[in-house]
Design a protein around this ligand. Sequence first.
Ligand SMILES: Nc1ncnc2c1ncn2[C@@H]1O[C@H](COP(=O)(O)OP(=O)(O)OP(=O)(O)O)[C@@H](O)[C@H]1O
Ligand SMILES: [Mg+2]
Length: 402
Amino acid sequence: MENLFEKHMAKNTVFLDKDIISPHHIPKNLPFREKQINEITQFLGPVLNNSKPNNFFLYGKTGSGKTATVKHVLEQLDDFVKTHDKKVCSSYVNCRSHPSKYKVLLKVLRSTITEKDFLGYSSSFIYEKLLEYSNENAIHQILVLDEIDKVKDIDELVYSLSRGNDELKSGSITIIGISNNLTFKEKLDPRTKSSLCEREMVFSPYNATELKEILKERIDKAFKFETVKDEAISLAAALAAQESGDARTAVMLMQRAGEIADSQELTIVDDTLVEKAKVSVEEEIIISMISTLPEQQQLVLYAIAQLSAQNPTFTKVNGEVEKGVLFSGEIFEAYLTLAKKFDRRTITSRWYRQYINELEMYGLILVTNSGKGIKGQTRLIKLGFDPMKIKTVLEKELFKNF
Ligand SMILES: Nc1ncnc2c1ncn2[C@@H]1O[C@H](COP(=O)(O)OP(=O)(O)OP(=O)(O)O)[C@@H](O)[C@H]1O
Ligand SMILES: [Mg+2]
């Protein structure tokens, strides 16, 4: 019998180096981010002259290249430090996987002092050890806290680190915070805000032309010569530009289109394959986005999905009937009932409005104002995706412990 892997390896593929079109890959060249790269380099520059850089906060929509850009500059810094014997040390933490002060500090310490794992030590021990490391060796530490909005006790984390920094006799600690949550900054304690956001940088979304250029560069290296049609690249770029200018979506669309080509034993990737890729990529992105929302926000979204599934209709002033449009107030009521049913604490209406704003920003819902006449001024809310699909994803997330 023929070996399974012989058969697998003999299969034709459109890819030359598939990793390059994976969203986890960080390309050496980042088109349209030269300005940001230069600016971050300027910000961090003082550390090489033995002085502490300002803390800074970097934000922008998902897929706008924040992580890729910062990692790129950090890599360059590390290379320079190694060859020029500078007392600088950098750590990168993705706070999604380390979502508390304790976990962040533990991760930083373990990547700084690699000989020990520090498991089981108290939070204060870890914190002191981190300061001691800078103080005794006169080391400047750069801590990149990516997806910083995921840290539960963010105010305490930033406060401790800045206070710690002030106490250091030599060396320093600089925080670079990154977030795609555009309203996160407003939720911070004013003291945290002023210490984290000494400087700020915004990453704007890419437009379709930029996305096409970015894709072309990666496709040239990832796919075999002339296997990808120009129309396929244009479509992927246009779709991703619509989806908030997200380079991750663009890259994922091309990766998936290539995989579909391979599975159907096709030798050319054209726009019909990108269309097919769109359905599965969209689903994957929604699932990953929903699974990182805080539980209370998941409950709000669940209330919206549940009400939308019941398919209420709404008659506009001009007599037009629209499906799936909900009143903000009825969602809040449904949310309260759900929270009670599942024995969860409930959020105030102020927080509820904040959560609705964020869900809109993530593109999960559409919000419009009713205009005068309907129950006074109220907000009308519509789910951006199929309610049954959203419900299924949320049920898995919310009720896994029931
Ligand atoms: N200028 C660029 N050139 C090439 N690839 C890019 C560029 N910008 C982003 N990408 C690619 O797009 C994907 C997403 O980028 P990145 O992870 O940096 O986004 P992000 O802004 O950190 O998003 P999120 O807020 O979701 O974390 C990655 O695969 C990255 O390599
Ligand atoms: Mg990122």
